[in-house]
Design a binder for this molecule. Structure first.
Ligand code: NAD
Length: 499
């Protein structure tokens, strides 16, 4: 018999002790069992949490950089020490395999490490004698209360794209994680408490649209960092900006990998399998379309098929390559796309519906699936499937491949595989995509660069983390100063000019 846990909001360091009017089921996707019930926050509760966060923000925003840095270093250490524990929580609710979950925590840890350098990152500029005896300098100040809304597919890493930098910049955070796998954020919040972050600086509200709308409508929330599907990203961006907030809303993706005839085909086949089926394709940087130049397509597909035959799909907490899909609904949607691809006439090379699974009968499994001869009007090409389905589109040339990538609605990530430096250089210049891999399949930038796509993959002006993150979570003031000098006195109603 399974036991279900209650997962609830964290108002600062305290668990909410109320009774939720609405809750959501949390599953173990490997078994299909409901293992938890997550409380959904009402608008009134979100407003209450935001009000408490505002009090904490006022004090934390004045904390010295030395104090903030101490907390960040302690958090970084605690996160490193608890990596496996957080990864196990992720696997139990998301389903991804343990090594992948550890990888996710590690990439989040890198943002915490970047944020440890906050005293350097928050340095403004200083110009002496911009006019005679007049200096100008800039200072970066926190926004106050900032909102974060995160997706299911990286329950620890995506929140950490934002939270460590927001906190380091002196803000208080109210985060609403995905209701599908809410426990990882609570576990990470506990580490913030242990690290010495003052009460009220880090808050977690769980829930759905009601909680999101409450954050978007609350005037005390100064910014929203959203990551999720494109329609919701667009909605969040439009509503948030209409309410006067600063918004960065990262949306969906349909990432193409272009393989030229001179590529190392073994490397390309490894990359296609890793990036197509890692995390069951539930990554915004997953490769879902392989553009193979005709002359090497048969050989490349043969190499990919050979590799796919070695993959083991099953319970992510056991020794498997690929875990289950997050929910039964998501699994059924993916199976629907496979059916649609077959009906539209694509060649089904490997059918993930027939994969043997190493897990419980009730688990939400679909195995790695490969289609060849995919046409660009088929739904398996046009839509974000967000599952382990890789579509091969055969192209005649580099130019045809590039044109397809550039005509996509999305512009999150892409990759080119080639040994021709000139072609790679042309690609990085010509492709309309935010993150590019050259012989690298999942080109997620390091924490000190910024993460974000173009077109329908990002609404707003700021990408996540790196210096764009620091600027997103601060406001700049420029100060012009002169200390008493009688020679500069006197009336002059003209616009100040530097002398
Ligand atoms: P989702 O859009 O369903 O949910 C994202 C967040 O929005 C969740 O917190 C959810 O509770 C909330 N939400 C859901 N419906 C809402 C509504 N009607 N109104 C307001 N809020 C709502 O996305 P998901 O399924 O959790 O995550 C997968 C999606 O996220 C994919 O499209 C993927 O490409 C995208 N993603 C993008 C990036 C990126 O960097 N661009 C990174 C990770 C995931």
């Amino acid at each position: 018999m399974s036991t279900t846990r209650r997962i609830t909001h964290l108002i600062g360091h305290s668990e909410w002790d109320g009774t939720a009017e609405r809750t959501g089921d949390v599953y173990n996707p490997a078994t299909g069992e409901v293992t938890g019930k997550v409380d959904f926050a009402s608008k009134a509760l979100v407003d209450e949490v935001v009000a408490k966060a505002a009090v904490a923000a006022a004090e934390w925003g004045q904390a010295s950089l030395a104090k903030r840095t101490q907390v960040l270093f302690a958090f970084r250490q605690l996160l490193n020490d608890n990596k496996e524990q957080i990864a196990a929580i992720i696997t139990s609710e998301h389903g991804k395999v343990t090594s992948d979950a550890i990888g996710e925590v590690t990439r989040g840890l890198e943002v915490a490490e970047f944020a440890c350098g906050i005293p350097h990152l928050l340095k403004g500029g200083f110009s002496e004698n911009v006019s005679t005896n007049v200096d100008t300098y800039s200072i970066l100040q926190p926004l106050g209360v900032v909102g974060v809304i995160s997706p299911f597919n990286f329950p620890a890493m995506v929140p950490m794209w934002f939270v460590p930098i927001a906190v380091a910049c002196g803000n208080a955070v109210v985060i609403k994680p995905s209701e599908k796998d809410p426990s990882a954020v609570n576990a990470v919040a506990e580490l913030w408490r242990q690290a010495g972050l003052p009460d009220g600086v880090m808050n977690v509200v769980h829930g759905d649209k009601e909680a999101v709308d409450a954050l978007l409508d609350n005037p005390t929330v100064k910014s929203i960092s959203f990551v999720g599907s494109t329609p919701i990203a667009k909605y969040v961006y439009e509503k948030g900006t209409a309410n006067g907030k600063r918004v960065q809303a990262l949306g969906g993706a349909k990432n193409h990998m272009l393989v030229l005839p001179d590529a190392d085909l073994d490397l390309a086949a490894d990359a296609a399998v890793n990036a197509g089926f890692g995390s069951a394709g539930e990554r915004c940087m997953a490769i879902s379309v392989l553009l193979a130049v005709d002359s090497i397509a048969d050989e490349l597909i043969a190499k990919i098929t050979e590799r796919m035959a070695t993959l083991k799909t099953g319970d992510g907490s056991t020794a498997c390559d690929m875990g289950p899909i997050v929910t039964g609904v998501a699994r059924d949607r993916i199976v629907g796309y496979i059916q649609a691809g077959v009906a539209a006439g694509a060649s089904l090379v490997v059918d993930g519906r027939e994969t043997q699974f190493h897990g419980a009968e009730g688990g939400f499994f679909v195995g790695p699936t490969l289609f060849d001869n995919v046409a660009t009007d088929m739904s398996i090409y046009t839509d974000e499937i967000f599952g382990p389905v890789l579509s091969v589109v055969r192209v005649a040339s580099y130019d045809e491949g590039l044109a397809l990538i550039n005509s996509s609605l999305y512009g999150n990530g892409t990759a080119i595989f080639t040994n021709d430096g000139g072609a790679a250089r042309r690609f990085q210049n010509e492709v309309q995509v935010g993150m590019i891999g050259i012989n690298v399949p999942i080109p997620v930038p390091m924490a000190y660069y910024s993460f974000g796509g173009w077109k329908a993959s990002l609404f707003g002006d700021s990408h996540a983390h790196g210096m764009e993150g620091v600027h997103f979570f601060t406001r700049t003031k420029a100060v012009t100063q002169r200390w008493l000098d009688p020679s500069h006195g006197g009336l002059n109603l003209g616009f100040p000019q530097n002398k």
